[in-house]
Design a protein around this ligand. Sequence first.
Ligand code: SAH
Length: 356
Amino acid sequence: MQKENTHNWRDLLAKAEETGELNHSELLSLLLCDAANKEIFAVADRVREKYVGNEVHLRALIEFSNYCKNNCLYCGIRRGNLHAKRYRLSPEQIIALAQKAKECGYQTIVLQSGEDAYYDIAKMQIIIKEIKKFSVAVTLSIGEKTAEEYQAYKEAGADRFLLRIETTDKELYHRLDPNMSWEQRRKCLTYLKDAGYEVGTGSLIGLPKQTRESLADDILFFKEIGADMIGIGPFIPHPDTPLAKEAGGSFELALKVMALTRILLKDINIPATTAMEALDPNGKILALQSGANVIMPNLTDGEYGKLYDLYPGKHSDTSAPEKYRQELQKQLQKIGRSIASGQGFHGEFRKNLQKT
Ligand code: SAH
């Protein structure tokens, strides 16, 4: 019996590498089989090299407001966390940070915030238009909006949008994201695709009562919606939230879901997430060696970066972005990788290969 199982996971993995197709029960058996982990990471690394190459894309992250109207039980900046000290950057401050990022060589600026109505369409349009003047790609990660708002930001020049589905287990979602609707979040992803964005989504791993079955659903969901980017991170309990005493997700399981996502979705962009780095000091490198091809260095001004406190251990010191970049370059060189020069759109690597 044991032997049959061993055979089974190797066959499944070979099939996944070759075809990019696994059904739910096949994915589930890989998710349940810890003995397969090392090999899954190795296959994901191979698939990554073949489909997106050895370049690592850097996206400069600017967390511009931690005000949030939502009350997600896992999140440190949830409305109900009265200990959170709130801040908002002015459009001028945001634009200045983006300019600094561009001067340091970043080709993509990611603007992230809580769901903060202060930044209305007019303000966001100005911010996006000004930042686009620096000839960078602009990614937004500002939550659920109407189809019209998404359209307006796209017209202002935004290129990509990140909106994690968080989990495909609807019951779990509704328990953890009170007064929010899973269907609405799903609809937002459709609005974003329809508006012409590159769409990033993803999920939290290790939420209380989350099952491996639902993790298999998550991966199939990413494939079904044709995601351009997937961010997978372990859930890390925040002390000032109702989930403070929960166990949280493991680094290994988050890495595994990420690696399987790479094996099935092939050429999409996958970041080594900050939450992975928060759990393991070598997390970024391990993720890059298990399917990831993107890093999102935090360029938020020190003081504010600390206040964008989604979970403990998140804050990294990027007060000297030039130095950070040089260090990173050295780390990447050691594992045979380099900092990318392009803007890193989905499919760029293969298109360039065909040209040469
Ligand atoms: N308001 C935006 C951005 C949310 S913060 C939006 O709704 O998309 C970005 C991501 O941080 C979330 O999507 C969530 O997956 C992650 N996050 C929040 N709390 C976390 C925690 N305790 N541990 C790990 N990741 C967390």
